[in-house]
Design a protein around this ligand. Structure first.
Ligand code: NI
Length: 181
């Protein structure tokens, strides 16, 4: 397994729709494992392939707490086949928008159909944080970020801050007029 670099917004790869994998082969399985390692190291509870620059419909999740054994979920070509009429709001964050959070309202329960790491088709009913997290990750595969669900004012504020810190990170350690120490 190997850890992959996580892309942060703004970046065009986060706005693209990822393509279905169709079948789960050794390459897809490797991607799933690398993404899990990347997610655990971050640390995070979910990761979509777009976030590591791979435009394939693959997501991984693990909502187990620190004192519980890991419960990794590997999903290829996930699709929502049912969503509840009731909504739930959660304070969401994202490894691609580090240190920014906002409340997002989504359907409170879902039924997701996907291919697991063996290529078998599965269905999973989820509510609570898992339902939110799966929807957040499927959004990534469609080029949608959690900030796309909030007001334009708040979204632009977050994206401007991220762009600023990205530019600051790209500056040389010092120049004639400034330095970073
Ligand atoms: Ni995210």
């Amino acid at each position: 397994m190997s850890k992959l670099p996580i892309i942060t917004a703004p970046d065009p790869r986060l706005k693209k729709r990822a393509a279905p994998v169709g079948t789960v082969d050794a390459e897809v399985r490797q991607l799933m494992d690398d993404m899990l390692e990347t997610m655990y190291a971050a640390p995070g509870i979910g990761l979509a392939a777009n976030q590591v620059g791979v435009l394939q419909r693959v997501i991984v999740l693990d909502l187990s707490r620190d004192d519980e054994p890991p419960r990794p979920l590997r999903m290829a070509d996930p699709e929502l086949v049912w969503v509840a009429e009731e909504d739930a709001g959660y304070e969401e964050g994202c490894l691609s928008l580090p240190e920014h959070y906002a409340e997002v309202v989504r359907p409170a329960a879902i039924l997701v159909r996907y291919l697991d790491e063996t290529g078998a088709q599965r269905e999973l009913e989820a509510d609570g944080l898992l339902a939110t997290c799966i929807q957040h990750e499927i959004d990534h595969l469609d080029g949608v970020l959690f900030v796309d669900h909030i007001s334009a004012l708040k979204r632009n504020m977050i994206l401007r801050k991220l762009l600023k810190s990205k530019k600051a990170a790209e500056l040389p350690a010092y120049s004639e007029t400034s330095f970073a120490a």
